[in-house]
Design a protein around this ligand. Structure first.
Ligand code: GDP
Length: 432
């Protein structure tokens, strides 16, 4: 859903206009400098199109002076929004703070719709003409209070917003894409055979390429799943030199084409360097991950003891991945694979609304503030989830955060929103 950010000085009627756009009267409160509201984003529709309205007035950027304060808000707005609604008070005209915003908006290249508010009747419309001087195109005269002109304004907003953003995976709603990965002989092809059984369809959509990937469509749990590059699993490619390189290239490409990686590890053997390299590849790819320990029939009491120690020590970076112990040979616990893939994909695609996220960040900071560094205490000013798949968060802060504090934020995000089976990307943008 495209995002519209509303920017403007306090008292220009921004909140009233946001209420008008979202069709509610009570939701948005007036700006109070120094107060961060816990809710800044709202769902809106106009002419059947949905979009999200972000009211930057709800964000206190901790800046000195009015012009600086709203300039900082405008910067946040252009970072996260697809289009900006810039609200000016037509009865006051252009102020220095407005000029500062215009500079930020111009530089960003984002589409801007200019609202000339407080034009309550036809006579007042002349006051909006002066706003042409801002160089942002046509000012739309509105009365947020009475609703006058808001239809035309919303039409202009829709025109400025992009059509629903393109999804990165071409087959949305199509089969989920799984890459079975792992070093040779861990049981990938045994697993695939057990999962696919008889009823599998081979889909070759990239023939002619040197690696000759072949996908298989498999019915599991009443749905169709696409297993990526099964040729790489079924064919025993063993050339004397470069075998591992070739295998790792193949693994990387399969992960790139997949949404979720199903990493198979031989539970009966020590976790190897090669296992760790493959895990690193998945982490770098930003894909969802499920870890499956195979050959559980060979895991005795003693091996189990060491396996758990290795798991805690070597796989600490991916403790968030759902884990299964199974035996491909007998099919034991094979039925746990689909629920684990589902959980990982759900976590990978989770979206947290900006309002919920900032309310959570407020609580997090209250529970455990950032330590003071050199007499200063960096503050989290505003956060937004810029993307899902994988969940990617941008945090605007007043200064650099300690690495330990960033890990704390990630851990709390996982606890709060249940990000199972997915890496989380945290981008901290200190304002300096
Ligand atoms: P891949 O190279 O990862 O595809 O591994 P394969 O599926 O070819 O399996 C390698 C070897 O491990 C074969 O001899 C399999 O029979 C054996 N294997 C696979 N799964 C199991 C299992 O659950 N238990 C035991 N004991 N052996 C297994």
């Amino acid at each position: 859903v495209p995002i519209l950010a509303v920017v403007g000085r306090p008292n220009v009627g921004k909140s009233t206009l946001v209420n008008r756009i979202i069709g509610r009267r009570e939701a948005v409160v007036e700006d109070v400098p120094g107060v961060t509201r816990d809710r800044v984003s709202y769902d809106a529709t106009w002419n059947g199109r949905a979009f999200t309205v972000v009211d930057t007035g709800g964000w206190d950027p901790d800046a000195q002076g009015m012009a600086e304060r709203i300039r900082a808000q405008a910067e946040v707005a252009v970072t996260l929004a697809d289009a900006v609604l810039f609200v000016v008070d037509a009865t006051v005209g252009i102020t220095d703070a407005d000029e500062a915003v215009v500079k930020v908006l111009r530089k960003s290249g984002r589409p801007v719709v200019l609202a000339a508010n407080k034009v309550d009747d036809q006579r007042a419309e002349a006051e909006a003409f002066g706003l042409w001087n801002l160089g942002l195109g046509e000012p739309y005269p509105v009365s947020a209070l009475h609703g006058r002109g808001s239809g035309d304004l919303l039409d202009a907003v829709l025109a400025a917003l992009p059509e629903t953003p393109e999804e990165s995976f071409e087959e949305i709603g199509g089969p989920r894409r799984v890459a079975i990965i792992g070093r040779p002989n861990v049981g990938k092809s045994s697993l695939l055979n057990k999962l696919a059984g008889e009823e599998r369809a081979v889909v070759d959509d990239a023939s002619g390429t040197t690696v000759d990937p072949v996908d298989e469509l498999v019915e599991l749990g009443g749905r169709t799943w696409r297993f990526i590059d099964t040729a790489g699993i079924r064919k025993r490619v063993k050339t004397a030199s470069g075998h591992e390189y070739y295998a790792s290239l193949r693994t990387t490409t399969a992960i790139e084409r997949a949404e979720v990686a199903l990493l198979v590890i031989d539970g009966s053997q020590s976790i190897s360097e090669q296992d760790l390299r493959i895990i690193q590849t998945v982490r770098d790819s930003g894909r969802a991950l499920v870890i499956a320990f195979n050959k559980w029939d060979l895991v005795d009491e003693e091996r189990r003891y060491y396996l758990e120690r290795e798991y805690e020590r070597e796989l600490v970076q991916v403790q968030w991945a759902p884990r299964i112990n199974f035996t491909a040979r007998t099919g034991w616990h094979i039925d746990r694979i689909v629920p684990a893939l589902d959980a990982a994909l759900a976590g990978w695609e989770t979206r947290v609304s900006t309002g919920t996220l900032n309310a959570f960040l407020g609580r997090l900071v209250a529970e455990h503030p950032h330590p003071v560094r050199g007499g200063k205490q960096p503050r989290i000013l505003f956060g937004t989830q810029a993307q899902s798949a994988p969940p990617t968060f941008i945090l605007f802060t007043s200064g650099k955060l300690d690495a330990g504090y960033e890990r704390y934020i990630e851990r709390r995000l996982r606890e709060e929103f249940g990000f199972v089976g997915t890496p989380i990307v945290l981008q901290v943008r200190p304002r300096e």
